[in-house]
Write a protein that binds this ligand. Sequence first.
Ligand code: UDP
Length: 238
Amino acid sequence: MTEARYRRIVLKLSGEALAGNQGFGIAQDMLDTVAKQIGEAKKLGVDIALVVGGGNIWRGIAGSSQGIDRATSDYMGMLATVMNALALQDALEQHHIDTRVLSAIEMRQVAEPYIRRRAIRHMEKGRVVIFAAGTGNPYFSTDTTAALRAAEIEADVILMAKQVDGVYDCDPLKNTNAQKFEKLSYLEVLSRGLGVMDSTATSLCMDNDIPLIVFNLKQNGNIIKAIQGEPIGTYVGR
Ligand code: UDP
């Protein structure tokens, strides 16, 4: 097996990715695909931290557009990420992968509180950590959570698992002429307004020099390929 290029990674899974083809909720086959790929990746000896989104269940902005107070709606979104985190933990454990969920909002009956040093210690012991409840603050996203946690735990890269195989100049699902980028700089992502991640998250990655690889989760083996440095998807860096 080829060696890993990265020592420690943050894998960002959007809620959408967990919904798979059903488009909402949690699809068992997607949990299974992710768990299998993470099991393979662990064999490369890489430290793995997951940040999971919640858009398959609830998005703060959507709730607030229906009249719910924005901060309240965002807290609902953060709770949705905890549900996804528990589902992922269960899937990983079914594949015999040691896992800990660390929540940015305290809920000791279901998850450990997020403590940076503890997260690092878990990874040193070979456990996969799942960061739940986003940053714990409304008005942020789980993309920003991925950038923040990656900086905190000194991850070498963020792997952004998507439903498409990279970053395009327009939506490839709507436009057949959409062009895929192999490589982009953070500034290009920001100035072109590309939908890789939100601007807060992109800036945080840029300021802390954390590269991103955007790739398609549905293609089996892609997580390993990304970890081994194979050129898949789109690379965003300096
Ligand atoms: N959220 C938040 N603060 C955070 C992270 C998430 O308020 O630090 C809320 C926000 O309402 C967001 C929802 O949680 O819409 C779900 O997260 P996100 O939209 O990032 O999920 P994804 O798009 O990755 O599925």
